[in-house]
Ligand binder design. Structure first.
Ligand SMILES: [Zn+2]
Length: 483
């Protein structure tokens, strides 16, 4: 992408930003705040989601709001297939001047992560709090804002008298569980696009390295989650009786984890996770670090003195996050809280692990290798059980078509005041790999508001409101330029 100011005559119209700012304050933020109050946890975190009805409640709130949009001919429905989580489907016909343009698919999700951790005083996961530029609350940035940005882009285009092609918006409700419910809905959607598929897929659930420009996500890692259980006793016993005779289940779990990860370096040892960083992506990371320096990894709350990525350079940290596998133990069962712990040899330890895998790795192959490696030859005859294995593929974006690169650059310069940039992200959006293989001709605008301190999945999640406004105007401008 070029980044010259000589483009001024073709810059994106500032009326879109003014319309977006007004729209966010009067139309979007009040309802986004209401949505924060709904504990619509993703199915993985709420086995009783169906009976509790919070996902349905959130879908109805957002769909009712969508039905009131000032978008000519907009159709809104909440669709539920079988016993899956629902999706909100919105379809806006092309404006009269743009009937021959390729259609766009815009994607976001409404399910949430649990509160996870202690929120700072005055904040709470399900309590919307506006402080200046920030709206705090679970699901604000990940990814409640997305339906407001998607429909806001279309509405601001129509308010300012600009054209757009046909747009289909899908807001799903199982993303935070790895999108296990999305497949059937995507298959049903295919009919709306025909064999050529959408001309543009706008995925509004990604990261923004900084808030001062428009970011394109060029790759995403995949994810394989699993639970690994090690059982040594049928019930707990005095550690003075059992210690030295019965192996500790945590030690055996630790030994098992060392089969898949080097415990000194964090390197993942599975052969299905090997990856090479493409030359272009290394150059992209090097250019970013030389331009933005430490800002490329701002907002990670490391303790003082921590050696991140084993003390690697900033470029290598960026590339490690985007292109290499990494393992995290995200939950442990079988152990009481420290304050309640007695001198007991516990019967079992179960860990939930989340392994990010390189963009090109085949997640089903990784899952199979993971299970085979962990279950072969159980250490000291313990009962080892690996379950709940959920694989999701990563994504590597096709090169940006010149029209999209130009439109993104114009939007970034006009609405943010700085040239757009691109970067691989470390997170996972499972459906992108599926869509890019189904629709090899489609262009991808993968972007989002998950920037510094937005803290998706952690405590104190917040939406940087000015970024939501600028991003909405940017999506609108890009839609107006779609060929
Ligand atoms: Zn998300």
């Amino acid at each position: 992408m070029t980044s010259t100011r000589e483009h001024t005559p073709t810059d994106a119209p500032l009326g879109l930003l003014a319309a977006s700012e007004e729209y966010w304050e009067s139309e979007a933020l009040p309802v986004l705040s209401e949505y924060v109050r709904i504990p619509c946890l993703s199915p993985e975190f709420d086995a009783g989601w169906r009976e509790r009805g919070e996902i349905a409640r959130a879908a109805e709130l957002l769909a009712d709001w969508a039905r009131a949009r000032r978008i000519e001919g907009l159709e809104v429905e909440v669709v539920t297939a079988g016993d899956l989580t629902p999706v909100i489907l919105c379809e806006a016909p092309a404006t009269p001047g743009a009937a021959d343009r390729a259609p766009t698919l815009l994607y976001g999700h409404l399910d949430k992560q649990p509160p996870l951790g202690a929120w700072r005083s005055g904040l709470g996961a399900f309590e919307p709090v506006r402080e200046g530029d920030h709206l705090f609350g679970r699901g604000t940035a990940d990814d409640g804002y997305s339906i407001f940005a998607a429909l806001g882009a279309i509405e601001t285009l129509e308010r300012t008298g600009l054209d757009h092609g046909r747009c289909v918006v899908i807001i799903e409700a199982s993303e935070e569980s790895g999108s296990p419910h999305l497949g059937p809905y995507l298959e049903a959607l295919a009919g709306r696009f025909g064999p050529a598929g959408p001309g543009l897929v706008a995925c509004l659930d990604s990261g923004a390295t900084t808030y001062d420009r428009l970011w394109f996500t060029t790759s995403l890692r995949g994810l394989v989650t699993a639970t690994i259980g090690v059982r040594v006793l049928t019930e707990g016993i005095h550690s003075g009786t059992g210690g030295g005779v019965v192996p500790d289940s945590f030690r055996l779990l630790r030994a098992l984890l060392s089969r898949i990860e080097d415990e000194r370096t964090g390197e993942v040892l599975l052969s299905s996770c090997a990856s090479d960083v493409p030359r272009l992506r290394r150059a992209e990371a090097e250019a970013l670090v030389s331009e933005l320096g430490e800002a490329v990894l701002e907002g990670i709350p490391s303790v003082p003195g921590l050696l991140r990525a084993g003390g690697k350079s900033l470029v290598d940290q960026l590339l490690a996050r985007a292109w290499t596998a990494s393992l995290a133990v995200v939950g442990i069962d079988g152990a009481p809280a420290v304050v309640d712990a007695g001198n007991v040899l516990r019967p079992y330890t179960t860990a939930k692990t989340a392994m990010r895998i390189p963009p090109g790795a085949d997640s089903a192959e990784v899952a199979a290798e993971l299970v085979a490696t962990l279950t072969a030859d159980p250490p000291e005859g313990a009962a080892v059980e690996v379950g709940d294995v959920v694989p999701a593929n990563g994504f590597s974006a096709p090169d940006l078509a010149p029209w999209l690169a130009r439109a993104g650059e114009e939007a970034s310069l006009s609405y943010f005041g700085a040239p757009s940039r691109s970067l691989g992200e470390g997170g996972t959006i499972p459906f992108l790999s599926e869509l890019s293989s189904s629709y090899p001709e489609a262009q991808f605008l993968v972007t989002g508001v998950l920037g510094p301190e937005s803290n998706a999945h952690g405590p104190n999640e917040m939406l940087h409101v000015p970024t939501a406004k600028r991003l909405t105007a940017s999506v609108a401008h890009i839609l107006s330029k779609l060929l």
